[in-house]
Write a protein that binds this ligand. Structure first.
Ligand SMILES: [Ca+2]
Ligand SMILES: [Ca+2]
Ligand SMILES: [Ca+2]
Length: 379
């Protein structure tokens, strides 16, 4: 054996030993994720004083969902303008994810009670890759921001970074802003996220069934939005969902839309899940108002049945190319029935602008061709 080959063997052994020692450590590090905080234990709030008008507190999970403590979650609480104090708002609030072409779906929520509403489904999986971390961004000693990451696997491969921040707006109004930065690690996919809010407001007659749902987005130039509020104190008690999304709906239990079934059910039910998105006849519809129209349902619109549960939703259709990253921002405005705090998202239909440009260029080309033809005809 030459000295060089002996040296080579020694080096090889050393490298192998280093690899053997380091590999398990690296694997353990890569697979180690701290457990998520127990639901409802990590809260963000707009400030230290819950007795001030506009105070908002929320304890969402790693996926940006939350729900009433009575339904297995950590809820939200809001103090509207006026004499009323903090009350819980949401029975459930969260995101559904659908890939309709492939029959894939997932409720992005940690709440086992909510998950149990749906039959077992393994078309998609979800995993928290970095649990919630809270921070105080305005130095008032109260956490106002949460950061987390999760992945969606099974039939897709998405990695998502989520930032959730609460802030005060005008007096009596606060905003939760949720930013989902979604990276598609798999093949291209046309997916739809449906944000749902089954609010149960009890500021008025302590009755969740007298809530009304509505929109005033048409002609407002603020993009799509939909709200739920106490009919007895509109605006102050409203929660508005907004963002650069697509269709909305506002349902009241028992009302069948003019376009046909399914009738609106309870807010936390299987209809959206079964339809792989907002049911066709619910799109851009408010119970008791109609399609593509501004208005509010009132407490018990025609066709509603007791208990007249109210709930709202807004979809975010996303075309995800392979290796593409897309950002969805969802706003919940508390204390106003229109978006606040940057929550207004005037639609920027890039395709339409492109369409207008193509039309103008086509008209210019046609005019030039016509002029040339006339010159040649004259000559
Ligand atoms: Ca703070
Ligand atoms: Ca409700
Ligand atoms: Ca109510």
């Amino acid at each position: 054996m030459s000295r060089s080959s002996a040296l080579f063997r020694v080096l090889l052994c050393a490298v192998s030993a280093i690899l053997l020692l380091s590999t398990p450590t690296m694997a353990a590090t890569a697979s180690h994720v701290e457990p998520s905080p127990a639901l409802g234990t990590l809260q963000i709030a707009t400030g230290p004083d819950s007795s001030s008008d506009g105070y908002l507190e929320i304890a969402p999970d790693d996926y940006g969902s939350w729900s009433s403590a009575g339904f297995g979650g950590g809820g939200d609480g809001f103090n509207p303008s006026g004499a009323r104090g903090v009350q819980e708002v949401a029975f459930t609030s969260g995101f559904f994810l659908f890939n309709p072409a492939f029959g894939q779906r997932e409720l992005l929520s940690q709440n086992d009670t909510w998950q149990a509403v749906f039959p077992p489904d393994t078309t998609l999986t979800r995993t928290v890759t970095s649990p919630l971390v809270a921070s105080d961004t305005n130095d008032d000693s109260v956490n106002d921001t949460l950061n987390s990451s999760f992945s969606v696997g099974g039939g897709m491969s998405l990695s998502v970074d989520l930032t959730q921040t609460v802030s005060s707006d005008t007096p009596g109004v606060s905003v939760l802003e949720q930013t989902y930065v979604i990276t598609n690690n798999g093949g291209s996919a046309n997916v739809v996220f449906v944000r749902v809010l089954d609010a149960d407001l009890v500021w008025g007659a302590a009755d969740f069934a007298d809530d009304e749902v509505g929109t005033s987005m048409h002609g407002a130039g603020q993009g799509p939005f939909v709200f739920q509020q106490e009919a007895s104190d509109p605006g102050n008690t409203a929660v508005t969902i907004s963002g650069a999304g697509g269709d909305y709906f506002g349902g009241k239990h028992g009302v069948e839309p003019e376009g046909g079934p399914p009738p609106y059910n309870f807010g936390t039910d299987v209809d959206i899940w079964d339809a792989f998105g907002i049911p066709t006849t619910w799109r851009s519809h408010i119970a008791g108002v109609g399609y593509d129209k501004n208005g509010v349902s009132g407490t018990a619109p025609d066709g509603s049945t007791a208990p007249e549960d109210g709930f709202i939703g807004l979809e975010f259709p996303v075309s995800l190319g392979s290796d593409e990253t897309v950002t969805i921002t969802v706003f919940h405005t508390y204390g106003a029935n229109s978006p606040a705090g940057g929550g207004g998202a005037p639609p920027v239909p890039a395709a339409s602008y492109q369409g207008v440009i193509v039309l103008v260029l086509s008209l210019m080309a046609a005019s030039m061709a016509f002029l040339l033809w006339r010159r040649r005809s004259a000559a």
